[in-house]
Design a protein around this ligand. Structure first.
Ligand SMILES: Cc1ncc(COP(=O)(O)O)c(C=O)c1O
Length: 423
């Protein structure tokens, strides 16, 4: 199936007489006839649902759809994108381990890695993702366990060179984790370029309507944990909390997601509600149509901004003269996403006056949904970061992030134009 068909048809496969539309299994618990049957589930000897914190059929159907769209072997939903990125890393890193991440990633993930993981004993080195391979290779340590980047970074819309980082990660015996939130599998499938694990904030384009916070982790099944057994004892040695199961031996290609589900979700409980998974599934059905329209509109808006005398600079990888255009042509040949970044001449004050003058393009702490919206990261999402950290992350104090929706492009441009007249 092509990606458009997967958006609509993958996941829920009703049997005879079952609902055509994905049902919401609004139940925390599931019934069995004997205690022996239930016991086998707890021993991971039999497959089945017993408690929604671990697994729920609605969630699993939606995870299976995203898994098919990404071309992976196993996937799980989480309560948020933050939980997805936390689990993706914590599933293979523990106190004393080290992680390499692009410094241009979303501010929330930057905080998670730089502050919260640090408190848990996991150290993260943030790197300039555009450095040459030889420079980046010097940053690996014997305790490095993973490499992390975003296909298209939030909010600087830089394109991550997936193949470069996959080569680096693999030559050091570690997996590459890619947050594919902005591109979505409609525009880029990172496994095709060597990524091992993909994460999503499904809150963004996948849901698409700003209705449900959620996340997803997908495993390609390609990373050989047993070949690097010394680095990943959590997957390759007995788990005492599960009767000594060795995930990589028992579950093969499904080991990573099985461990994340049966161990991390069991203990940390960041599950997506089945109701949210249902909304997400509706969003996924039209994702391919919306991504096309987001990209068309964003390119029209980027070209308008580029020619506007009030605008100091524009970043949008689909513009031919953009710094990331070559990488975009390789990884995102059908378009990148609807998000772009620009700066207004005059800096912070003019930027705020401009944003406050917009009519239907609203200031919201969100990005990547059907409605056009705008944000000034230095004042909003990234306000915890110092100016130094902002500059390191490539977020200029005047950067405005515009998430171009699926309205009529002329109307979006007209709203921007009337706001420019106010400054
Ligand atoms: C690229 C990216 N990853 C992860 C997240 C975190 O996702 P959530 O807000 O669903 O927790 C975000 C949120 O904006 C994001 O943009």
């Amino acid at each position: 199936m092509n990606i458009e068909t997967k958006c609509v048809q993958a996941g829920w496969q009703p049997k005879k007489g079952e609902p055509r539309e994905l049902p919401i299994y609004q139940s925390t618990t599931f019934k069995y006839d004997t205690s022996e049957e239930m016991g086998k589930l707890f021993d991971l000897e039999a497959e089945g649902y017993f408690y929604t914190r671990l697994q729920n059929p609605t969630n699993d159907s939606v995870a299976a759809k995203i898994c098919a769209m990404e071309g992976g072997v196993a996937a799980m939903l989480t309560s948020s994108g933050q939980a997805a990125n936390f689990f993706a890393v914590f599933n293979i890193c523990e106190a004393g381990d080290h992680l390499i991440a692009s410094s241009s990633i979303y501010g929330g993930t930057y905080n998670l890695f730089g502050t919260t993981l640090k408190k848990m004993g996991i150290e993260c080195t943030f790197v300039d993702q555009d450095l040459p391979e030889e420079e980046l290779a010097k940053l690996f340590k014997p305790n490095t366990k993973a490499v992390f980047g975003e296909t298209i970074t939030n909010p600087t819309v830089s394109v991550f060179d997936i193949e470069k980082f996959a080569r680096l990660a693999h030559s050091h015996g570690v997996p590459l984790i890619v947050d594919n939130t902005f591109a979505t599998p409609v525009n880029c499938r990172p496994f095709e370029f060597g990524a091992d694990i993909v994460t999503h904030s499904t809150t963004k384009y996948m849901d698409g309507h700003a209705t449900a916070v959620g996340g997803c982790i997908v495993d390609s099944g390609n990373f050989d944990w047993l070949a690097h057994a010394d680095k990943y004892p959590g997957l390759t040695t007995p788990d005492d909390s599960y009767h000594g199961i060795v995930y990589a031996e028992r579950f093969g290609k499904a080991a990573y997601i099985t461990k994340a589900t049966s161990q991390l979700m069991r203990d940390l409980g960041a599950i997506q509600s089945p109701q949210h998974a249902y909304y997400l599934n509706i969003g996924l059905e039209s994702l391919h149509l919306r991504m096309k329209k987001h990209c068309e509109n964003a390119l029209a808006v980027a070209k308008y901004l580029k020619n506007n005398e009030n605008v100091a600079w524009v970043s949008y990888p689909d513009l031919e003269d953009d710094k990331y255009h070559e990488l975009a042509k390789k990884y995102l040949p059908n378009g990148s996403c609807g998000v772009l970044a620009f700066g207004i001449k005059g800096g912070r004050e003019e930027s705020i006056k401009f944003m406050d003058s917009l009519k239907f393009i609203t200031i919201v702490t969100h990005v990547a949904d059907a409605r056009s919206c705008i944000l000034h990261p230095a004042s909003h999402t990234h306000r915890q970061m110092t100016d130094e950290q902002l500059i390191e992350a490539g977020v200029a104090p005047d950067l405005i992030r515009l998430s171009v929706g699926i309205e009529n492009a002329d109307d979006i441009i007209a709203d921007l134009a009337q706001a420019f007249e106010k400054i």
